[in-house]
Design a binder for this molecule. Structure first.
Ligand code: PRP
Ligand code: ZN
Ligand code: MG
Length: 225
């Protein structure tokens, strides 16, 4: 059995689109931290809730492994890794709350010059993506055979490099697509920042801490509407 813990550990993105709003949201829930020198771990002062600053893509794994208790991460990252990790067993974590910031879409985009006439056009094509599980599941659902080209970043450049014919990537403002002469044609997933947590309750004081945090979070989110 894992040792009982009496502090809650929340993982957020170290730097990137979600990091500042995630921190601001937790601050408006009454949390404050004493900064550590390397700033990757922030010790909670007002409540025993500590912050861990990490790569967003690492957050689901940290929760799955019990290294962190909760995390603020894009639904897209959570959904992709849930699919990658699901091998018949029960999911270790799930979305607890949608947080109402960081809105974006997981889109299929094709070169500007294509005359788009529907998903069947992707048959036999190579599609570059950082979301191979989500794209693969969608292609199976549509009964489209296409080659998934997994890339961990700079996906938008793949068509120009001749590495892929189309892409499947996150779109927020659309500036990156436009700058690479691509246009969005389909949305696979609407995403935003979410609070992720374990699928089963904590068996120690973290359960009460998490409940307290959720109550405050719901209050803050209600005020925003
Ligand atoms: C996303 C995505 C695109 C870019 C699109 O990356 O991979 O490259 O943002 O944004 P735009 O539509 O506003 O141009 P993200 O910032 O999530 O970084 P990461 O993939 O490194 O986590
Ligand atoms: Zn990332
Ligand atoms: Mg990116």
């Amino acid at each position: 059995l894992p040792a009982a813990r009496d502090r809650l550990r929340v993982a957020i993105q170290k730097s990137g689109r979600l990091s500042e709003p995630a921190r601001a949201l937790l601050t408006s829930c009454g949390l404050s931290w004493r900064e550590s020198r390397d700033r990757l771990f922030c010790y909670g002062e007002s409540l025993p809730v500590d912050l861990l600053l990490v790569r967003d893509d690492d957050i689901p794994g940290l929760i799955a492994d019990g290294v962190c208790d909760l995390g603020i991460v894009g639904r897209n990252v959570l959904a992709e890794q849930l699919l990658q990790r699901s091998n018949g067993g029960a999911d270790k974590y799930r979305e607890w709350r949608a947080l109402d910031f960081g809105a974006c879409r997981l889109d299929i985009a094709v070169p500007d010059g294509w005359e788009w006439d529907g998903p069947a056009q992707l048959r036999g094509k190579r599609i570059a993506t950082s979301y191979p599980a989500l794209l693969g599941a969608w292609l199976r659902e549509q009964a489209i055979e296409a080659e998934v080209v997994p890339l961990s970043g700079s996906v938008e450049i793949a068509p120009r490099l001749g590495q892929a014919d189309a892409i499947c990537d996150l779109v927020s403002s659309g500036a990156t697509l436009a700058a690479n002469q691509l246009k969005p044609v389909l949305t696979l997933l609407k995403s935003e920042a979410v609070l992720a947590g374990p699928a089963t309750p904590f068996s120690d004081v973290r359960e009460e801490l998490a409940a307290l945090l959720l109550r405050r979070l719901d209050g803050v989110l209600r005020l925003k509407d």
